[in-house]
Design a protein around this ligand. Structure first.
Ligand code: AMP
Ligand code: GLY
Length: 426
């Protein structure tokens, strides 16, 4: 079977690596891919947002399944467009992807179905939004309704800051464009964050192990928000009762709510959760795998990923038994110096051949130079992932191997899955 995989990050390299292990796979195409995916299949020079181009490529290359990595093509209706051509896809329809692409939709869904989340108000009028903030007791979190590349949530320390956030989103500046025309203003939650993920075919929900990511650029959760600087799985601090409350009351509850409302959810559902003193609450729902969570989860997956994707796409997930390794996994992101702000690219990357045999390197912002060598080509350059019998072993192995990889101005966090970090209570 030929498969088209959409996306270009380390998450997609990890997906490609896992799909390649399937005996069912013939040719793998990746659009647009990176220097890492080029070793596992054929990269196609198409943007992940190019719905028509991707549909054409799937037809021309006789792909029977399209696996979609990022949220953008899902929100643009790639899965719906492929369905018109009779091509199966792993990922939600445009309507179902609204669980991520419209925070207002997700909030209303949670409210209708009693799913725990922060208290929220939604506004499309700037004056009303400002008045609401003036009347609050505490500074809120202000979020753009639509997709804003993971940067749409502004945690405000004062009400004045929240008012400025409203003006920047809803005023002339419109920092998030159309995505910020409607805003969600919500109560600030405190606690510890955890990422839940599950496969779903609309009816059956099969949870993956839990994981945690690190969004800030610098050690100790300092610095700017990034796409994610590292991840680990599993979090030993999460107790069984809370895990159960998340699986049932947040993950399966959303899948069931979508089915109730006749928008069946197929693909990966990834609720971002705050474990508060009052129990777990939803920060957001995502309609795809997390990046870098995928790089810490997929190495633990023992079952054939292609079989799972096919079962999801054909509503047969109840027939599949998914097995996960008991081992822990730690994933460390190497970024270009300056990321997430300005950074330079084109630096040669050395040391990739010097790693321990079973250590995984998932490329993101990499490119092949004319002489075939690998050079940097983006903000997050690659992820090093290692498995171990304990989190401590996995962590030591990941960092031992990170030391071997060099490129000019590289930057990585040194505290991914560190004991102090892992045991930290915010
Ligand atoms: P989101 O894009 O909604 O996931 O938000 C990005 C990040 O902002 C989350 O991972 C949290 O760290 C933080 N965040 C979002 N909503 C809240 C909230 N209501 N209270 C506290 N932190 C939040
Ligand atoms: N790990 C954050 C995200 O993928 O949205």
């Amino acid at each position: 079977m030929n498969v088209l995989l959409v996306g270009s990050g380390a998450r997609e390299h990890a997906l490609a690596w896992k799909l390649r292990q399937s005996p069912k796979l013939t040719d793998l195409f990746i659009a647009p891919g990176n220097a890492g995916t080029a070793a596992l299949g054929t990269n196609l020079p198409l943007k992940a947002s190019d719905v028509e181009g991707l549909t054409r490529a799937a037809k021309e290359n006789r792909c029977e399944l399209v696996v979609v990595g990022p949220e953008d093509p899902l929100a643009r209706g790639l899965v719906d467009r492929l369905a018109v051509e009779g091509i199966a896809a792993f990922g939600p329809s445009r309507s179902a992807a609204r669980i991520e692409s419209s925070k207002a939709f997700a909030k209303a869904l949670m409210e209708r179905h009693g799913i725990p989340t922060a208290r929220t108000a939604v506004f499309s009028n700037r004056t009303d939004a400002r008045n609401h903030i003036e009347g609050l007791g505490e500074a809120p979190v202000v979020k753009a309704d639509g997709l804003a590349g993971g940067k749409g949530a502004l945690i405000c320390d004062t009400k004045a800051e929240a008012l400025r956030a409203i003006d920047m989103m809803m005023g002339e500046q419109a920092i998030f464009g159309a995505a910020g025309r409607t805003v969600v203003i919500e109560e600030r939650l405190s606690g510890r964050e955890v990422s839940a993920h599950a496969f779903s075919d609309g009816r059956t929900t099969l949870p993956m192990p839990f994981s945690c990511d690190y969004k800030r650029a610098l050690d100790g959760d300092e610095g700017a928000n990034t796409g994610g600087m590292g991840a680990y799985s599993p979090p030993a601090w999460l107790d069984a009762e809370t895990a159960h409350a998340i699986d049932e009351g947040i993950t399966a509850a959303a899948v069931n709510a979508m089915m109730d409302e006749e928008v069946p959810y197929r693909g990966v559902l990834y609720p971002g959760i705050m474990v508060t003193p009052d129990g777990p609450k939803v920060l957001e729902y995502n309609c795809r795998l997390g990046d870098p969570e995928a790089q810490a989860l997929l190495p633990r997956l023992k079952t054939d990923l292609l079989e799972i994707c096919l079962a999801v796409a054909s509503n047969r997930l109840h027939e599949v038994e998914i097995e996960w390794s008991e081992q822990a996994c730690v994933a460390v992101v190497l970024a270009s110096g300056g990321y997430p702000e300005e950074y330079q690219t084109g630096f040669p990357i050395s040391g990739l051949a010097q790693l321990e045999e079973d250590v995984l390197v998932f490329h993101a912002g990499t490119a092949l130079a004319e002489d075939g060598s690998v050079v940097t080509g983006g903000g997050r350059v690659l992820t090093v992932a290692a498995l171990g019998d304990t989190l401590t072993e996995a962590r030591a192995k990941a960092y031992r191997n990170v030391q071997h990889i060099h490129f000019s101005l590289s930057h990585y966090r040194r505290d991914i899955a560190a004991p102090a970090q892992e045991a930290r209570v915010q």
